[in-house]
Design a binder for this molecule. Structure first.
Ligand code: NAP
Length: 539
């Protein structure tokens, strides 16, 4: 069996950077990647309309100044093909592919206590052993499709958005259904509506969505961005969630009604997540504040959608603005003014069955050529559950987390020595502009591994006390937030997966500053919370 120092599972943005840093320590490292190219999220998700919701220049790798100066972003929110090209270019530049085994899905990872090694096995029989195992498997990487009656009988093309046909699919003039109206559904609906002969949008609960306000980046603007990269990353670092947006320190009730309306109007017209993440600071905790912001958005929907009945169907009633991930839109609401688009609210008009020719709702049959499932993911813990990760006592991580993930800093779980997670459950990188905080996770792990190697340490494991304390903090904080009391993938709810119906926060919501501070203190106090031990003597 091949013997290495470290294995990284996944070659998306986090895995690529982790491979680069661990190699830089002089270790032998291999990344194992299920796809046939680097890119992770940006490799798998190639549906029309797929693009950043974070400003492009706040999302890219920050560590390579040369690459920052070399790469031009064409739009403030770049489309997927551009991001995918960017990541391929980074892989070329850092010569990463020679240490990535593609088309390789890891099925198990078992800790060999006697040798202090992880034994990793893949779906094609490939097996490898290493002292360190790092997962970079993403928090939204396991697609889920509801088990609709008759789903398999459909005679046309049907697929999940993250499994878009490789060779593309011509939707022009076709009768298409899109199921799901989360961030993905909204992006894909906007594009499909432009070309489909007829589009049926199948909606369970609507989401509060806000204009993306995208625009091309002119050459002189890009030159200015390049000159300001240090400031851009510093702004992200000093914000709560790693974005170029941060809370307004005032409370919603600090201002008059007229001032509030003007403030909302201004934020509605600003780029990206402005209306969410630079809103009044009490938006995330105060129901009245969230209701006022929701009411403003409801008025916008009513203004933009011509048919009042359709407008009401598009206004969420089961949750308030900001309590779930806010989808970004560009002309989404106007799609429902088009004569070729119908909205079906399955709460009022249930989907009874899928047949070879289409969908049968209570109200009647809709003939279809294509069904697109934008029905989300087994978020955050799903990718961990799919690999049999077995620790020192023979317990698997899936079994240990039966009642919900238990981690220290989202980076380690007790009983799984030398096993590190990038953007693991309860990591500071989960509620964050992911690359910004994932870079921190990657650097923390590389520094820790370097520390172990320099001191000749054989194993590192989070203590029980540290992980219990961390998990409690994360769950206690969630109770204070409106998001913690709302059904969404943030709180681990997915009605399409057995056992995912009890709310338990999967994200870290205390803010990046606090997370960074805890990580810094942990290191300064000689990796407090991690048990580190030298190799057992041969005697
Ligand atoms: P999602 O937010 O989980 O949305 C899934 C959608 O499918 C929801 O509207 C859900 O309705 C619907 N659905 C589930 N079961 C259904 C059923 N039986 N019948 C009808 N509808 C059903 O998934 P997503 O849209 O893929 O987004 C996931 C996350 O990916 C986002 O929150 C975001 O973090 C990320 N994302 C990022 C970007 C970006 O940055 N550019 C773009 C896209 C996605 P209910 O809510 O009522 O269950």
């Amino acid at each position: 069996m091949i013997e290495l120092d470290a294995i990284v599972i996944g070659a998306g943005m986090s895995g690529m950077y982790q491979l680069h840093l661990l190699r830089g320590l002089g270790l032998t490292v291999q990344a194992l990647e299920a796809g046939s190219e680097v890119g992770g999220t940006w490799y798998w998700n190639r549906y029309p309309g797929c693009r950043f919701d974070s400003e492009s220049y706040s999302y890219c790798f920050s560590f390579d100044e040369e690459m920052l100066q070399e790469w031009d972003w064409s739009e403030h929110f770049a489309p997927q093909p551009e991001t995918f090209a960017y990541l391929r270019r980074v892989a070329d530049k850092l010569d990463l592919r020679k240490d990535i085994r593609f088309a390789t899905r890891v099925v198990s990872a078992h800790w060999d206590e006697a040798d202090g090694r992880w034994v990793v096995r893949c779906d094609d029989g490939y097996a490898v052993r290493a002292k360190y195992l790092v997962t970079a498997i993403g928090i939204l990487s396991i697609p889920v499709i509801p088990d609709f009656p008759g789903r398999g009988s459909f005679a046309g093309a049907s697929f999940h958005t993250s499994d878009w046909p490789r060779g593309g699919i011509d939707l022009s003039g076709k009768r298409v259904a899109v199921v799901g109206t989360g961030a993905t559904g909204i992006q894909v609906i906007q594009e499909v509506a432009k070309i489909a002969g007829h589009l049926t949008v199948v909606q369970k609960e609507p989401n509060w969505s806000k204009p993306l306000c995208n625009a091309p980046i002119a050459p002189d603007e890009m030159a200015d961005i390049k000159a300001r990269y240090a400031d851009i990353f510093e702004s992200c670092r000093s914000s709560d969630a790693g974005f170029l947006h941060n809370w307004d320190p005032r409370s919603t009730s600090d201002v008059s009604d007229a001032e509030r309306e003007a403030f909302y109007e201004q934020k509605y017209g600003e780029r990206g997540f402005a209306f969410w993440l630079s809103n009044f600071a009490d938006l995330s905790v105060d129901e009245k504040a969230a209701r006022l912001a929701s009411d403003f958005l409801a008025r916008k929907i009513r203004e933009r959608v011509t048919d009042p009945e359709t407008a009401e169907k598009l206004i969420p009633t089961d949750h308030l603005f900001g309590t779930r991930r806010v989808p970004m839109e560009t002309g989404y609401y106007e799609v429902f003014n088009q004569p070729n688009v119908d909205l079906v609210d399955v709460n009022a008009d249930p989907l009874r069955a899928i047949t070879p020719g289409g969908m049968t709702f209570d109200s009647g049959f809709v003939p279809l050529d294509v069904i697109i499932y934008a029905t989300g993911f087994d978020a955050v813990r799903g990718a961990f559950d799919r690999i049999e990760i077995m620790g020192q006592s023979g317990l698997t991580l899936r079994e240990k987390w039966d009642d919900g993930p238990v981690t220290f800093l989202g980076l380690q779980s007790h009983g799984f020595p030398n096993f590190f997670m990038i953007v693991g459950p309860h990591s500071g990188a989960t509620f964050c502009n992911v690359p910004r905080c994932a870079e921190q996770n990657v650097e923390f792990i590389a520094d820790l591994v370097g520390h172990m190697e320099r001191r000749g340490l054989a194993r590192c494991e989070a203590t029980v006390a540290a992980e219990q304390d961390w998990t409690k903090q994360v769950l206690d904080q969630a109770d204070l937030l409106l998001a913690g009391k709302t059904n969404s993938w943030f709180t681990g709810i997915n009605h399409n997966i057995a056992g995912r119906n009890e709310r338990k926060m999967l994200l870290y919501t205390l803010g990046q500053q606090f997370f960074l501070q805890v990580c810094r203190e942990t290191v300064e106090q000689d990796y407090r919370g991690f048990d580190m031990a030298p190799a057992r003597s041969a005697a």
